[in-house]
Ligand binder design. Structure first.
Ligand SMILES: Nc1ncnc2c1ncn2[C@@H]1O[C@H](COP(=O)(O)OP(=O)(O)OP(=O)(O)O)[C@@H](O)[C@H]1O
Ligand SMILES: [Mg+2]
Length: 446
């Protein structure tokens, strides 16, 4: 419905519009030329034949006077007719009364098409002047000028007008086609530049060529690219800063938990154990203390788990490879029925510490999401080192994953970490599998 309402010409290319405009201009010029030719040609023919027409009248008057004054008018008339010649093509002819009028020959030489002659509206210039002998009409002096040369002249004029306009239209069309193509090239470069900006590529400049108006736009786009590039790099460093502050904070909290809460819990547990030992077993009091002991032990386990999440010690102690193995072993402990396959590239040890930390966090969140949301029976974990980049993939065959997930803290954190390192994040739902695919450089950018 909306498409029907849009005028058709709005879908035409600039080239098509200019060609139609030029075509319209040349067509109007042709029509105007033809109209002028048509309006003035009959007047012109009349004007051109006016002297001959007047001469014919004068000749007829002279003849009639001579015939009236003569005693042998028949002989004079015969001599006059002999002088005129007898072909119907002659402009002045004598026709006796009762003589059958010879069919009029074509006014043109046959080179001009009949439709053109008709279109010209050639005026009828024929004159029939009566010839009198002793007051009696003996015939007519007929004046019928041959217009073929004049009509042919108009026809040549028409052909020249048509030919020159068609030639000019073709030439103008060709020139505008080439010129517009050249003029549009800078606009195409500009559009490509803007498309690059949209994809986040701020490095390549637009080639500033073409007319000044387009050049100005190109310069503005290049400036915009510079600004966006600067903002993007500032944004990345802010993100890196934010993540490192986050990690530092986690480290501080884990240290506090370890140094403050750990000894306290240990002390409570030791004291409760001592109390239980003092009281012996089987009494009501020792049952209560036993429960306190169990609660303290559960608190210690929870504390260790929180510490583990906050600060995976293994990365620093044993390296990324072993930390990932530990993560996978924990999965097996938590969900033994899940079939976990993994492929850890040994070259992953070459990742620098920030990248190693990021890879670990990505896997940790990816795996946690599978356990939390997917309802999967199979999970596959993969890290691969290629051309100074690391590919991290966590896939599962769970059916609960949405096509477009609503990003929570986990996926947002993953994206932020990757953006800070100029990495890429993809969430893919295909063939019954959900895949989180991340790629990041082996070394963190400066
Ligand atoms: N492997 C997966 N299977 C199914 N759904 C998933 C999976 N990974 C992510 N999702 C969907 O994406 C959503 C967002 O995940 P995200 O990790 O950002 O948040 P969350 O896990 O819900 O909470 P948290 O902030 O604690 O991580 C989830 O709520 C879930 O619907
Ligand atoms: Mg999550």
């Amino acid at each position: 419905m909306t498409n029907l309402m849009i005028p058709m010409w709005t879908t035409w290319s600039l080239r098509a519009r200019i060609c139609v405009l030029l075509g319209g201009m040349f067509l109007s010029a042709l029509i105007a030329g033809l109209a002028l030719l048509w309006i003035f040609s009959s007047d012109q023919i009349l004007e051109e034949n006016e002297p001959s027409s007047r001469s014919a009248i004068t000749v007829a008057a002279g003849l009639n006077a001579a015939l009236a004054a003569s005693t042998r008018p028949d002989a004079i008339l015969a001599a006059f007719v002999d002088q005129l010649g007898s072909t119907p093509a002659d402009a002045i002819r004598f026709r006796r009364d009762g003589e059958v009028h010879a069919p009029e020959q074509g006014k043109t030489s046959g080179k001009v098409p009949e439709w053109f002659v008709k279109a010209l509206f050639v005026p009828d210039l024929a004159q029939h002047i009566p010839v009198l002998v002793q007051g009696r009409r003996v015939g007519d002096l007929i004046f019928e000028p041959d217009l073929s040369a004049q009509i042919y002249e108009k026809w040549i004029g028409f052909l020249s007008l048509l030919g020159s306009l068609v030639g000019m239209a073709l030439l103008a069309g060709l020139l505008s086609f080439v010129t517009i193509g050249a003029a549009l090239q800078p606009l195409r470069d500009l559009a490509e530049g803007l498309a690059r900006l949209r994809t986040g590529d701020f490095s390549k400049k637009v080639d500033c060529s073409g007319p000044p108006e387009v050049r100005e736009s190109c310069l503005s786009v290049n400036e915009l690219a510079l600004t966006l590039g600067r903002l993007s790099s500032e944004n990345r460093s802010l993100l890196r800063r934010m993540i490192s502050i986050q990690d530092e904070e986690r480290r501080d909290i884990s240290r506090e938990l370890h140094d403050e809460l750990g000894p306290l819990l240990f002390a409570i547990r030791a004291n409760v154990t001592a109390m239980i030992d003092d009281c012996g077993s089987g009494t009501n009091r020792s049952m209560g203390e036993e429960r306190v002991l169990q609660a303290v032990e559960a608190l210690q386990i929870a504390n260790r788990r929180i510490l583990e999440r906050l600060r995976p010690m293994l990365i620093e102690e044993l390296g990324l490879d072993a930390s990932i193995q530990k993560l996978l072993r924990d999965v097996h402990t938590q969900v033994p029925e899940m079939a976990v396959t993994f492929e850890i590239d040994p070259r992953i040890v070459t990742a620098d510490s920030v990248v190693a930390q990021t890879v670990y966090r990505l896997l940790q969140e990816g795996i946690t999401n599978v356990l939390k949301h997917a309802g999967a029976s199979k999970m596959s974990v993969k890290t691969e080192v290629t051309n100074e980049a690391i590919l991290v993939e966590v896939a599962d065959n769970g059916a609960r994953a949405p096509l477009e997930p609503k990003f929570g803290r986990g996926l947002t954190g993953m994206q932020e970490r990757l953006r800070a390192l100029e990495g890429k994040f993809d969430y893919i739902r295909a063939d019954g599998w959900t895949t989180i695919r991340c790629s990041l450089p082996l070394a963190a950018p400066d």
